[in-house]
Design a binder for this molecule. Structure first.
Ligand code: CS2
Length: 506
């Protein structure tokens, strides 16, 4: 089959096993402007809108993407060439594959070259929702105070130059200022990142940002802008050459940036919007009044579970999540971490059986058709771990519970940042904005076992909490011993914990 470029004019000729947009894309309006068009957005929110558009009635809810980062330039070029279409390859655990073309994105603005265009787009009253996937780090939360980090250079720049923004907050504030001046309705700001209370956090960060810029604007935002909380979920690995080749072969199409994802998808949204919203529930999302317990369950089990496998598996020398969890030493450790150190902190949820939820997570992680790399999982651990794992440690310590399984994961993160090689002495690819700082503190471990914990912004007071520092020091000692072997250490840590628990219940 000779390959066609993926674009609107070529859709009609595609084989029938490919699910294409059955709606008239020329009639769509971008009621949603989305900042941060990564793989996750394209597998999740844009997919939900695509499903919704397949039946009439939601034409005003298409998406205009915004790329803030310099490396979004090539994404813009590809999307323009492809009429903003892309392939979504949905891979089920049993090998079934759903082949789709997603048509819900109808425009994309590359912000660095078109700042005013982005501000005007957000300020335009046809924009009802500004949604975000800017990653955990993109919120610029000062980990010590929980407030906006005003020292962050991009935030400082945007406060000094409100008409020349770089950050999502800078653009949103500039647009809301115009809305306020025009007495127009405010748009909703909808976070789709893995942060507990993501709406509340976004609101807090935006209000402290605008308080620096224009206190009246800040008050207006506090009064009129809605920030719904949401739990978002779909595992979406980084696109590889194999994914591009798959689409070329099975769709007969050249798509330079297809997305592959798992079949599971979940979106639980607080029904709190300033200016209307799509009926995402018709496409499988769930509207609730309080999303807190769903967020906590997902972040502390799924995202934390990923980081547990990611760090331990990287030191062992594994490359992907499915490979790591197929090793019983790792799946047993993960399940014990979930059962013993996370589940006691979670609230009962109507309609959710936690045991089944955890079983499903193990099944999802085991999906052999999703080659989710440990490099992706461990990337930006400095922004992820405080929310995914360290928060759990603090809550357990406050309740007087042992944290030895999490302590080994954090000690492994120290070893990983220090040596940057696996047990076979092969280099590990570490992607973290705090990489140098992590390495600097980790390098001192041989002189001072707790040195890594001095990074107070990440760990808070863990160093001075004896119940933690003791188990952490034990883990460091085991990991740094010349004969150290991660699987043996995991096994011993687990056995010691189980033994102690058995004694307690006697
Ligand atoms: C992952 C998430 O970034 C990570 O470490 O845990 O990207 C995860 O795959 C998604 O949140 C799944 O919904």
């Amino acid at each position: 089959m000779s390959n066609n470029q993926l674009k609107q004019a070529n859709l009609a000729n595609l084989p029938s096993h490919i699910d294409i947009p059955r709606y008239d894309r020329s009639q769509l309006k971008a009621g949603i402007v989305h900042i941060g068009v990564g793989g996750f957005h394209r597998a999740h929110q844009a997919m939900y809108i695509n499903e919704l558009l397949q039946t009439p009635g939601s034409e005003q809810w298409a998406i205009c993407g915004i790329g803030l980062l310099e490396n979004n330039r090539s994404l813009r070029d590809i999307l323009v060439k492809q009429d903003y279409l892309y392939s979504l390859v949905v891979r089920h655990p049993n090998g079934q594959i759903d082949n789709k073309i997603i048509g819900s994105m109808i425009d994309f603005i590359f912000a660095p070259d078109n700042k005013q265009k982005v501000i005007d787009k957000l300020a335009n009253i046809d924009t009802k929702i500004v949604s975000l996937t800017i990653t955990e780090g993109g919120y610029n939360i000062d980990p010590l105070t929980g407030d906006l980090d005003l020292d962050n250079p991009d935030i400082a720049h945007d406060i000094a130059h409100p008409n020349d923004p770089k950050t999502a907050f800078g653009y949103i504030a500039a647009a809301l200022k115009i809305r306020k001046a025009n007495n127009s309705q405010a748009f909703t700001v909808q976070s789709c990142d893995n942060i507990q209370h993501n709406g509340v956090v976004t609101r807090k960060m935006l209000l402290s940002f605008t308080a620096q810029l224009d206190p009246e604007l800040s008050q207006w935002i506090a009064q009129y802008v809605a920030f719904p909380n949401a739990m978002v979920d779909r595992i979406t690995p980084v696109t590889t050459k194999d994914d591009i080749d798959y689409v070329a072969q099975h769709f007969g199409l050249t798509d330079e940036w297809p997305i592959t994802c798992e079949s599971f998808a979940q979106w639980v949204i607080e029904d709190n919007f300033s200016d209307g919203r799509p009926n995402w529930d018709l496409a499988g999302a769930q509207f609730v009044t309080d999303v807190t317990p769903f967020e906590k369950m997902k972040i502390r089990l799924l995202n934390a579970g990923h980081s547990v496998l990611g760090l331990l598996g990287s030191i062992h020398g594994y490359g992907t999540i499915d490979e790591t969890i197929s090793d019983k030493g790792f799946s047993d450790y993960l399940r014990a971490f979930m059962d013993l150190e996370v589940t006691p902190l979670l609230d009962e949820l109507d309609g959710i059986n936690l045991e089944q939820y955890k079983d499903t997570l193990i099944e999802r992680f085991s999906n052999p058709n999703i080659k989710d790399s440990l490099v992706r999982i461990c990337s930006e651990s400095s922004a992820k771990l405080p929310k995914f794992i360290i928060a759990t440690v603090h809550e357990n310590l406050a309740a007087g519970r042992d944290c030895s399984l999490a302590a080994l994961v954090i000690a492994t993160w120290c070893l990983y940042s220090d040596k940057q090689v696996n047990q076979q002495q092969e280099a590990i690819d570490i992607q973290d904005v705090m990489g140098d700082e992590l390495a600097e503190y980790a390098h001192q471990t041989t002189n001072h076992k707790l040195s890594f914990l001095k990074l107070e912004g990440l760990f808070g007071d863990l160093m001075s909490q004896a119940a933690f520092s003791q188990v952490y020091a034990d883990a460091i000692e085991a990991l740094y011993s010349p004969t150290s072997n991660i699987k043996n250490i995991m096994k011993n840590t687990l056995e010691n914990k189980q033994h102690a628990l058995a004694l307690e219940t006697k």
